[in-house]
Write a protein that binds this ligand. Structure first.
Ligand code: F6P
Length: 551
């Protein structure tokens, strides 16, 4: 299956059926939202309740979407992924992030290697190191206890750890904080190093390839800062050994950088960067929340993996949500997809999902190199509620575009605060419930008139409704629930990519910009012969910089 040509979904009979159904489809969620429909479309996956009833589908569309999955071979590809086949065809690799969360007693041999044993060996080292930092056994070179962990990484080596660090704030150990340096804009390192005590700071250089310009530049900046700011008598080699550790698949490059291989934690080429927060790339998170909570998060990931792997199609949440996204993107004309967590703790979740979904599915050729004949890759975006309500919800409610939206909320708050007699979390949740209701049901012109609104304002104050949403709820944002949520979106992304016949696990589209930045750098720094080779617009912009750089 891995190397064979994908099915062109546009040639399937299900695709033709869906196109016909889309033409004739005229949703009316106001009358459709019966208790029977809600029961039919309310699914449970691990600790998540997922209510899909407010989506623009009827039974015929739902059945055609499942036929599309069958004809496109989505479940065959799912099984190939879990088995470790090389479904990442353009890089000839497995995409085996699901192995990162297999329990110790599971077994999986891939390319002749017992991956479960490998995973748990690294996890044991990660947990033991994190415990040493958390208990104060691991100290800086001057013997002081570590108080700040700085993760240096970008993309998948940053977004997952920072998102989870923020999301699991209630689980962090007092007296230990993390900072995250990702951007090569020197402002990032400049700001994050400000106020740090070098004697109590530990740097984690996180890079799958250990070749990423931003990360290596920032690592060198931090190393120089450390050596400049430690007491003069500190031995530089010992200082680096105590204050720098690394996470990478390229352990030889880690050693070249001067980090003791004993202080390096590995992972494998079958873990994509954007699928790596549950590997050793999560080291900063393990230090912050502790091995027990990290293991609970892994168990959450695994619970969702098992759901995706085994639940019947009708109850399979990632399958159904992925197929709904295909329906909206390919048949109802949606270009973007909002993710709206009603949880301040999840404020980095949309940013995390942007890499996961768009680096995975932003492709214009299939895995056999043929051009796709349909749209791929929805644009994911979002902000926590209720902030988004006062910013962009206007367009979702009354704009001309169809924007499917996922709403996420938790029954129990991280902070239970009251405003007089009002439980503020309940006020917050009332907004969560109200928004999906308003989007589905809308407000008719007659209802607006009945409120006594002047006739000339009726149209502006009417809400069309039939704006699709999925509601995801869980009792509380625990480490396990966070793992379930992330795995849910990994698998939704997988389903979409499998229908579209694309390789969701490569990212060639990021390479050209990287190459050009390296070629252009001499021109930026004053090499006129390189500047002269550039296009006119680029030359003009670089000249503007040179005239205004102030030195
Ligand atoms: O440039 C894109 C990318 O390769 C991402 O896929 C990856 O998460 C990020 O860069 C960082 O890569 P690395 O972990 O190898 O430094």
């Amino acid at each position: 299956m891995s190397g064979s040509a994908p099915v062109d979904p546009t040639t399937t009979s299900a695709w033709a059926d869906l196109a016909r159904l889309a033409d004739a489809y005229s949703p009316d969620l106001r009358t459709a939202l019966t208790p029977e429909r809600v029961t039919q479309h309310s699914l449970v996956a691990a600790d998540l309740l997922v209510d899909l009833s407010k989506n623009l589908v009827d039974d015929e569309v739902g059945a055609a979407l499942h036929r599309l999955a069958d004809e496109a071979g989505v479940l065959r590809r799912r099984d190939a992924m879990f088995a470790g086949e090389h479904i990442n065809v353009t890089e000839d690799r497995a995409a085996l992030h699901t192995a990162l969360r297999l329990p110790t007693d599971a077994s999986l041999t891939v390319d002749g290697q017992d991956v479960v044993a490998d995973v748990h060996e690294v996890l044991a080292r990660v947990y033991s190191f994190a415990d040493r930092v958390r208990t104060g056994e691991w100290t800086g070179v001057t013997g002081k206890r570590i108080q700040t962990v700085v993760n240096i990484g970008i993309g998948g080596s940053d977004l997952g750890p920072v998102m989870a660090y923020e999301a699991l704030e209630p689980y962090r150990q007092d007296g230990l904080t993390c900072r995250f340096i990702s951007n090569i804009d020197p402002t990032d390192a400049g700001q994050k190093l400000t106020g740090l005590d070098p004697e109590t700071t530990l740097f984690i250089v996180s890079s799958k390839t250990f070749g990423t310009l931003e990360t290596l530049t920032n690592a060198r900046l931090c190393k120089a800062w450390l050596l400049d700011h430690l007491p003069a008598e500190s031995d530089p080699e010992a200082a680096v050994a105590q204050h720098f550790v690394a996470v990478s698949t390229a352990l030889d490059k880690v050693a070249d950088f001067g980090i003791d291989p004993d202080n390096a934690f590995g992972f494998w080429d079958w873990v994509g960067g954007r699928y790596s927060m549950d590997s050793a790339i999560g080291l900063s998170l393990v230090v912050a929340i502790g091995p027990t909570h990290f293991a609970e998060m892994l168990a959450g990931f695994h619970a969702m993996d098992e759901h995706f792997r085994t639940a019947p199609a009708a109850d399979n949440v990632p399958l159904r949500m992925g197929l709904l996204n295909v329906w909206y993107a390919n048949f109802l004309g949606a270009h973007t997809h909002a993710v709206l967590p009603y949880s301040q703790l999840l404020h980095r979740f949309p940013a995390y999902l942007q890499q996961l979904t768009m680096e995975s599915n932003g492709k214009r050729v299939r895995w056999d190199g043929e051009a796709v004949g349909h749209d791929t890759g929805e644009i994911f975006w979002g902000e926590p509620g209720t902030n988004g309500q006062h910013a962009f919800y206007q367009l979702i409610h009354q704009g001309t575009r169809l924007i499917p939206a996922d709403f996420i909320a938790f029954a129990r708050p991280a902070y239970a605060l009251r405003d007089g007699d009002t439980d503020v979390h309940e006020l917050f949740l009332a907004n969560f419930f109200a928004q999906t209701q308003a989007l589905a049901v809308g407000k008719t012109a007659d209802e607006v008139r009945a409120e006594g609104v002047a006739e000339e304002l009726v149209a502006a104050r009417t809400f069309p409704g039939n704006r699709p949403t999925s509601s995801i709820m869980a009792p509380e944002l625990t480490p396990a629930v966070l793992g379930q949520l992330v795995a849910l979106y990994e698998h939704i992304t997988f389903v979409e990519g499998a229908v579209w016949g694309i390789d969701s696990f490569d990212q060639w589209g990021v390479e050209l910009g990287k190459q050009l930045a390296q070629q252009l750098q001499p021109a930026v720094s004053g090499d006129d012969s390189v500047l002269a080779e550039q296009d006119a617009s680029t030359q003009s912009l670089i000249r503007y910089y040179q005239e205004h750089r102030g030195r």
